[in-house]
Design a protein. Structure first.
Length: 117
């Protein structure tokens, strides 16, 4: 019973952590805390063995929607992070092109070839 209750508490902490407002200033801290909680919860899950009591099964059933919400929030965080990284890459490319606008030009300017011999 203690293990299942501990898993429930870790899941609740994860849910609260992901429900807070995540900004670019606190994102790194939030990701670190989420990773730590997931590892701790995983260690707790390793110790679970059937048979489960009715109370443990009820707690397990309560965990299912919580896990779905956590997964959804983590996917949102991941997608937001991916889009921000793409934007940074576009900005770097734009800055590089602004510094040297003729870098990608592969034409031979000023060359005339006479095709008549």
């Amino acid at each position: 019973m203690k293990r299942v209750q501990e898993i429930y508490e870790k899941t609740e902490q994860l849910q609260q952590l992901l429900n807070q407002e995540i900004t670019s200033q606190n994102r790194e801290q939030v990701i670190g805390d989420v990773t730590k909680l997931i590892e701790e919860r995983g260690q707790c899950m390793e110790g679970l063995t059937p048979p489960y009591t009715d109370e443990e099964q009820q707690i397990g059933q309560a965990l299912i929607p919580m896990n779905r919400e956590i997964e959804q929030k983590m996917n949102e965080l991941f997608n937001h992070l991916k889009s921000e990284m793409k934007q940074v890459q576009r900005q770097k490319k734009s800055n590089a092109q602004y510094k040297n606008p003729y870098q990608s030009v592969d034409t031979a300017d000023g060359m005339f070839m006479d095709s008549k011999n």
